[in-house]
Design a protein around this ligand. Structure first.
Ligand code: NAG
Ligand code: NAG
Ligand code: NAG
Ligand code: NAG
Ligand code: NAG
Ligand code: NAG
Ligand code: NAG
Ligand code: NAG
Ligand code: NAG
Length: 364
């Protein structure tokens, strides 16, 4: 059973504080230019690296160099949350809004797989609509229509591919960009960390090949493990949520390394509930981002593929999540159109800045 006290104690115990310290170092490291890290690994031993990073009094040329360069390197995705002016989200410096045409050009021919809960599905269908509908403007009513964002929510699966798969996609929609270029937008329902874990295991073991032709996988979970823990634990799990997050991030990284797929993790939004639920979701998001940062630094240090990244959507929508401030959806864990659009823009900006989709064929 999910033990809330144990969970919070786990998060706050000394080992986790050490992890935070490590993370601080990790974030610093993430700012160091890649060539410099490569150089360092070639010319100096690992102990030299840790000395450079941990001995504050030992100001080597390298550490001075990295400090000087930190100003020019991209900030952590954790802080790329923007601000709000009324219901308009203002992107953080360096990010922008895209016109529908820019979105169409950017995603032309791309195959996107969303693995997640209803908040993922609703955004997936909005991205699909922005790409497929040839309208010049998009009305809130249309983009929030249950026919679109709740398609195949309850009824039969809309997707007629992979019908034997354990995680048969609920939706798979094709977008005709031009007469030759098609894109695909697939949604697989997986609401708990353990669901995503089982899905990735079936993919890694070749029992299903839903991810085979996919360019970008978006993981969009979190809220169920916070507000419906009993549904996510089902009496089977002896791991804490923190341990499950750690295991799942590592498993996702394994898929990323072995397949070269781009994987974007989205931190969770907040259900419109009491403060302790907000606190718990925020804790889950922080723990998840800490783990992702560690894995990403480790990938870089080991020269492994590193197209596993995240957008801190939870951080972006927090200000619009509480009663009175909330941009409401049809139920407490859902939001209205603006936060869904914010997620689309966050993912698009990250993919664009990191150039993850440029020349996919050159990276296998
Ligand atoms: C840290 O730097 C000081 C001053 O340069 C040096 O004396 C000391 O040996 C260093 N410690 C380690 C662990 O490298
Ligand atoms: C936009 O496109 C959708 C799908 O093609 C259509 O249902 C909707 O009526 C259109 N809206 C406008 C304002 O043209
Ligand atoms: C896309 O275009 C092809 C050929 O032009 C057509 O057969 C197919 O029905 C179109 N698909 C959609 C979803 O419009
Ligand atoms: C998935 O692809 C692998 C490698 O091509 C193949 O061995 C396996 O049988 C496929 N699995 C399914 C369920 O199609
Ligand atoms: C959970 O239980 C399984 C078997 O019941 C055991 O193999 C595993 O080590 C346990 N994991 C933890 C983290 O205690
Ligand atoms: C979150 O909850 C924990 C445990 O109840 C508490 O110690 C901590 O101060 C809270 N954090 C915030 C940011 O409210
Ligand atoms: C999560 O981290 C943010 C800073 O990144 C902090 O403001 C917030 O209080 C943390 N949440 C919890 C519950 O500790
Ligand atoms: C770092 O990467 C190496 C090489 O893949 C792996 O063996 C190790 O377990 C990773 N460590 C962490 C903390 O992820
Ligand atoms: C993609 O990259 C590969 C290998 O780096 C290169 O051979 C190929 O020409 C590139 N294709 C395009 C369209 O840039």
């Amino acid at each position: 059973m999910f033990d809330e006290n144990r969970y919070l104690r786990d998060v706050l115990r000394p080992r986790q504080r050490r992890t935070l310290m490590l993370l601080l170092v990790a974030s610093l490291l993430a700012l160091i230019p890649f060539e410099w890290v490569q150089n360092l690994l070639q010319t100096e031993s690992r102990s030299m690296l840790s000395k450079t990073l941990f001995n504050e009094t030992d100001q080597t040329d390298a550490s001075l160099h990295s400090t000087a360069n930190a100003m020019h390197d991209p900030p952590s995705p954790r802080t790329m949350t923007g601000t709000w002016i009324g219901n308009t989200w203002v992107p953080p410096t360096g990010w922008k809004y895209h016109t529908p045409n820019e979105l169409r050009q950017f995603y032309s021919g791309k195959r996107i797989l969303w693995v997640g809960d209803s908040t993922g599905r609703r955004t997936a269908m909005n991205l699909y609509a922005l790409l497929d509908w040839k309208n010049s403007s998009f009305l809130a009513d249309e983009l929030s229509s249950p026919n679109l964002i709740d398609a195949a929510k309850k009824g039969p699966h809309e997707c007629n591919k992979w019908i034997e798969a354990n995680f048969r996609p609920n939706n798979c929609r094709t977008v005709n960009f031009t007469s030759e270029e098609e894109g695909e937008h697939i949604y697989v329902k997986a609401v708990c960390h353990t669901d995503v874990e089982r899905f990735l295991q079936t993919e890694l073991e070749g029992r299903a090949n839903i991810t085979a032709d996919i360019d970008v996988i978006i993981v969009a979970i979190g809220i169920w493990d916070v507000i419906r823990p009993q549904a996510c634990r089902k009496g089977l799990q002896n791991r804490t949520l923190v341990e499950m997050v750690s295991d799942l991030v590592e498993l996702t990284n394994e898929l990323q390394i072995t397949t070269g797929k781009v994987v974007i993790w989205r931190t969770s939004g907040y259900s419109e509930q009491q403060e302790h639920i907000i606190n718990k979701t925020s804790t889950l998001n922080n723990v998840t981002m800490n783990k992702l940062d560690q894995v990403r630094v480790n990938n870089t240090l080991n020269g492994l593929p590193n197209r596993f990244n995240y957008v801190n959507w939870g951080g972006a929508v927090l200000a619009r999540s509480r009663p009175g401030e909330r941009i409401r959806g049809d139920m407490k864990p859902h939001y209205g159109l603006e936060p869904r659009h914010v997620l689309i823009e966050m993912i698009t900006n990250l993919l664009e800045k990191e150039e993850y989709l440029r020349n996919m064929s050159g990276l296998s």
